[in-house]
Design a protein around this ligand. Structure first.
Ligand code: ZN
Length: 183
C-alpha cells in the first residue's frame, strides 16, 4: 500500500519519497539518464521508464527534436509499450523524472497504468497535484497509485542545470568567443 492521496491535507500534496524502494530508485536513475539524452538533443530533460512485468519501455522528451507537441517522455514510453505488447490496456509502473503534465496524466489513466513514480514536482505544469490533479478527478474511472519525490533533489537539479545553461546561452552566448578546447 503506497497510495499517496495527492489532495489530502492542506500543505504539500505529496509525502516525498514515502515507501519507495531501491527498485524505484534504480528505474528512476535510468529515467534520469534518458532525461540527460533529451537535454543533449536540445529538449527539456525528462525521461521515463515503463515497467510491465519483466519488460520495460523507455522514452525521453523529444518535443523540440521531432518536433511534436505530444512527444513527451511518458507518451513515447506508453506508445512503445502498446506497440510491442499489442494492447492499449498496459498496466505496470511508470517511472518519470518529473511530475507529469495534463496530457501525460491523461495518457497514464488511459493506458490503465497501475502505479506512477516520479521525481520532482512541477509547480508550473504538474497535473498530479501541483496545478491540477487529473488522476484524482472523479472523471477518471481508473485509480493510479502515486509515489512522488523519489530522487527529488537529483531530478530537480537536472532541470535547473538545463534551464540555467539555456539562459546563459541566450543572454550572452552569441557574443562570447568559443571556449578553448582542452585536450
Ligand atoms: Zn507531458
Amino acid at each position: 500500500m503506497d497510495r499517496v492521496p495527492p489532495s489530502e491535507g492542506g500543505g504539500c500534496p505529496f509525502e516525498p519519497g514515502r515507501e519507495h524502494d531501491s527498485r524505484d530508485e534504480r528505474y528512476l536513475r535510468r529515467a534520469i539518464a534518458l532525461a540527460g539524452e533529451a537535454a543533449a538533443g536540445g529538449d527539456v530533460p525528462v525521461g521515463a521508464v515503463l515497467v510491465v512485468g519483466e519488460r520495460s519501455f523507455e522514452g525521453r522528451n523529444e518535443k523540440e527534436q521531432r518536433p511534436d507537441p505530444t512527444a513527451h517522455a511518458e507518451v513515447i514510453a506508453v506508445r512503445e509499450a502498446a506497440r510491442i505488447l499489442g494492447t492499449w490496456r498496459i498496466g505496470g509502473t511508470l517511472y518519470v523524472t518529473k511530475e507529469p503534465c495534463a496530457m501525460c496524466a491523461g495518457a497514464i489513466a488511459a493506458a490503465r497504468i497501475e502505479r506512477l513514480v516520479f521525481g520532482c514536482a512541477d509547480p508550473k505544469g504538474g497535473a498530479v497535484g501541483s496545478v491540477i490533479d487529473v488522476l484524482a478527478s472523479g472523471a477518471i474511472n481508473h485509480r493510479v497509485s502515486v509515489t512522488a519525490g523519489v530522487l527529488e533533489t537529483e531530478t530537480a537539479q537536472q532541470l535547473r542545470d538545463y534551464f540555467r545553461a539555456k539562459r546563459v546561452g541566450r543572454t550572452s552566448g552569441a557574443e562570447l568567443p568559443p571556449l578553448p578546447v582542452i585536450s
